[in-house]
Ligand binder design. Structure first.
Ligand SMILES: [Mn+2]
Length: 234
């Protein structure tokens, strides 16, 4: 990141377009307008890619083409709105496990052309004035904070593994945990999610979804110290 002091970051959690929850997303956009953050990060699972999941699906729910066209439209609108309401904000797009689905399915069914998917995937996640990570493995670091989609479900585990403060999503369960490592106070902030649980692709079974929390992440640097916050939405 550039030399300019960064003191406010808003983080949008798992979006799962085109199955995002519009009401929650609108509240996040109002927060961007009000807060004028230095940085906005979308933490991955931008698209649900339900049609390319390996789970059993109702083939009549949507078509793969309709899902992708709508998802791309919703994501374009998300980023263009963020830039319109807060023009100085730097924008970053991470990728999550759902974003990897397309390539995984191709790799399973026709591995010979997996490399040909790279450009398609890149295009799907490219937006004007947004820095987009190349793959699920890519990490974003801003001012000693590590931003990842995440793959672990226990809050704090990514941070303990990285030995750094981490901002993540993935589990759809927002929260913050602090702990001490080597005399440093580290934290993990999970930013929750903003998808619509009533939509078929988000129905993972009540044992999982009952713990999910709508919200977003807010990081404010006060006296040189990052203050992580999970902001609940409903
Ligand atoms: Mn997700």
């Amino acid at each position: 990141m550039s030399k300019k002091q960064i003191s406010k970051i808003l983080v949008l959690g798992d979006f799962h377009a085109p199955f995002q929850l519009k009401n929650a997303v609108n509240k996040f956009l109002l927060a961007v307008k009000r807060e004028q953050p230095d940085v906005v990060v979308q933490i991955g699972d931008l698209y649900d890619n339900w049609s390319t999941s390996r789970y059993t699906k109702n083939p009549n729910y949507t078509t793969p083409e309709a899902e992708m066209i709508q998802a791309r439209k919703d994501a374009e609108r998300l980023w263009s709105t963020i830039q319109r309401v807060s023009p100085k904000t730097k924008c970053f797009q991470l990728l999550g496990n759902h974003d990897d689905r397309i390539k995984k399915r191709v790799a399973e069914k026709l591995p010979e052309i997996t490399h040909m998917m790279d450009k398609t995937i890149k295009d799907l996640y490219a937006f004007d004035n947004v820095v987009s990570m190349g793959s699920e493995r890519d990490e974003l670091e801003i001012d000693d904070l590590k931003f990842i989609h995440g793959h672990l479900s226990k809050l704090g585990d990514h941070s303990k593994k990285a030995m750094k403060s981490v901002v993540c999503g993935h589990s759809h369960v927002g929260g913050v945990v602090f702990y001490k490592y080597d005399d440093k106070l580290l934290f993990e902030l999970n930013v929750g999610f903003v998808a619509d649980e009533t939509k078929l692709p988000l129905q993972y079974g009540l044992s999982k979804t009952k713990a999910w929390t709508l919200g977003y992440g807010k990081l404010t640097k006060i006296n040189g110290i990052w203050n992580p916050q999970f902001v609940p939405l409903r």
